[in-house]
Design a protein around this ligand. Structure first.
Ligand SMILES: C[S@@+](CC[C@H](N)C(=O)[O-])C[C@H]1O[C@@H](n2cnc3c(N)ncnc32)[C@H](O)[C@@H]1O
Length: 470
């Protein structure tokens, strides 16, 4: 039983001057779509509130409205003099509509309890569901009665602040379940205007939890951008699926417009504090990836974390052979000074399979990837540290082994780094023999002492040969 409404407040004079929540841009868009409806159209509105929009719809045909007509706490705080929370505003709705000379069939119920038996619909406006299950409950009832030329308008369907709703609309469009109507609507108007697409018959399968996710929706948004893909990536960030968010970013076809679109969108997103660091890194890399015709990291990776991240992104993110991105590990490696050696070698690392042998190798695998190495294998003479283990777990092309127990299969090698250890060290010598057996292509060796190169490139091969000849 609903709370009794206040009868004194049911005069038109008591209502707000514009008894609607939608702004003028939304209303203009709705009127534009109503012009396309046939005469005596059948229309349905989910979420009529006080009737400011219903009145316009009713002018175009037989209108049905669905609402529970319960005055919410939010309504009461926005209009403190009108009704108490919990009161019914149906009388106000009816008074307003009849004063405007219009009428509607009222279905007073929860969206979830509504049943539609009225046949074909030309127009359906949904404004009320805040989440997908509620939106699906509305659609479940009417989807079979929307025809190829019917219009379905979903308020917040283009609103990045309602990530799930917008992602879902993108999915429908990407999969051909719905089509986006070209309306020329302004950017601040977030109503998605749809018509049934070729796969509309599949819609029931999309009205459930398991239908979320899926491939990146690369369909255009109403402004020609990739807003649907961007909200999908934002949702991955929100859900703490950073790895998937960064993979998606790398797959996004490059376009400078993404930078502006993300900038606008980011202000509307309400993301949890825990994901804000990844979100900031995401924004930085999105800008880096889309601002230059050819991504280049022009500074040594040990100079700033930004350059380390960019270095990684420029050299790893477009690899076809599998890669993963762990910004936290790159940050830790940077803070620990593990970018210094890779920066010292600079362009010599690019595309190289690197083997490093030494003590306290730390997280230099992360540093070498940032500097552009193809792979990194560390042979640790001391104890394998936590940083090394984390780095190996985080990056597909990094591995660490104890020099005491090298693996059966040796890694690919272009370059061997001996860090503060000689080739004749009792553990190193047999390792080198196994890494570069006689007759195999001899990899280049660089000796490093106290972070300085002791053998330059031109001398390396000769040095290696001398070592082998002894
Ligand atoms: C945002 S308002 C609609 C505003 C209206 N389109 C306008 O511009 O004036 C949402 C409406 O949906 C109704 N509503 C929200 N959730 C509902 C539910 N689960 N079942 C039925 N009605 C609901 C509310 O009572 C409210 O009238």
């Amino acid at each position: 039983m609903q709370a009794a409404h206040n009868v004194d407040k049911t005069s038109v004079q008591a209502l707000p001057e514009q008894p609607r929540m939608m702004g003028n841009a939304d209303v203009a868009l709705i009127l534009q779509i109503l012009e396309k409806c046939p005469p005596d159209a059948c229309l349905i509105e989910f979420g009529s509130w006080l009737g400011g929009v219903s009145r316009l719809l009713a002018e175009h045909g037989r209108l049905h409205v669905v609402d529970h007509f319960i005055w919410s706490d939010l309504n009461a705080s926005a209009h403190p003099d009108l009704l108490a929370p919990g009161a019914s505003f149906r009388p106000m709705f009816e008074v307003y509509l009849s004063a405007a000379g219009q009428a509607a069939t009222v279905h007073e119920c929860e969206f979830e309890a509504f049943e539609w038996t009225g046949g074909a619909l030309d127009f359906c406006l949904i404004d009320g569901p805040r989440d997908l299950p509620t939106l699906w409950a509305c659609l479940r009832q009417v989807q079979a009665d929307l025809k190829p030329d019917s219009h379905l308008l979903i308020k917040h369907g283009l609103n990045p602040a309602r990530l799930d709703l917008m992602c879902w609309v993108g999915r429908l469009l990407q999969d051909g379940v719905a089509r986006l109507v070209q309306t020329g609507q302004p950017r601040w108007c977030n109503i998605a205007v749809l018509t049934p697409g070729p796969n509309w018959g599949d819609l029931p399968a999309y009205l459930q939890e398991s239908a979320q996710g899926g491939a990146l929706a690369l369909v255009d948004d109403p402004w020609g951008g990739k807003g649907f893909a961007l909200v999908q990536l934002a949702r991955r960030l929100r859900d703490d699926r950073a790895r998937a968010a960064f993979q998606g970013l790398a797959a996004l076809p490059r376009n400078a417009a993404h930078i502006r679109d993300w900038d606008v969108m980011e202000h509307q997103l309400d993301l949890p504090a825990e994901v804000q660091m990844n979100t900031a890194i995401f924004a930085e890399l999105l800008s880096f990836q889309n601002s230059q015709s050819d991504m280049k990291c022009a500074r040594p990776v040990d100079q700033s974390l930004t350059w380390a991240l960019r270095g990684f992104w420029a050299t790893q993110s477009q690899r076809a052979d599998g890669w993963s991105f762990e910004p936290n590990l790159l940050a830790q490696a940077f803070a620990a000074g593990d970018m210094a050696l890779p920066a010292l070698l600079g362009a010599d690392c690019l595309g190289q399979d690197i083997v490093e042998i030494g003590r306290d190798l730390g997280m230099s695998g992360a540093g070498f990837l940032a500097a552009g190495a193809k792979s990194y294998t560390g042979f640790e003479l001391g104890a394998l540290g936590e940083g090394a283990r984390d780095t190996a777990a985080g990056f597909a092309s990094v591995s660490y082994h104890s020099a005491l127990t090298p693996p059966q299969d040796m890694p690919p090698i272009d370059l061997i780094l001996l860090r503060d250890v000689g080739a004749d060290h009792s553990l190193v010598a047999p390792l080198l023999t196994r890494l570069a057996p006689k007759g195999a292509n001899v990899p280049e060796i660089i000796h490093l002492e106290d972070g300085k190169l002791r053998a330059v490139r031109s001398q390396r091969t000769a040095h290696w040969k001398r070592e082998k000849a002894r």
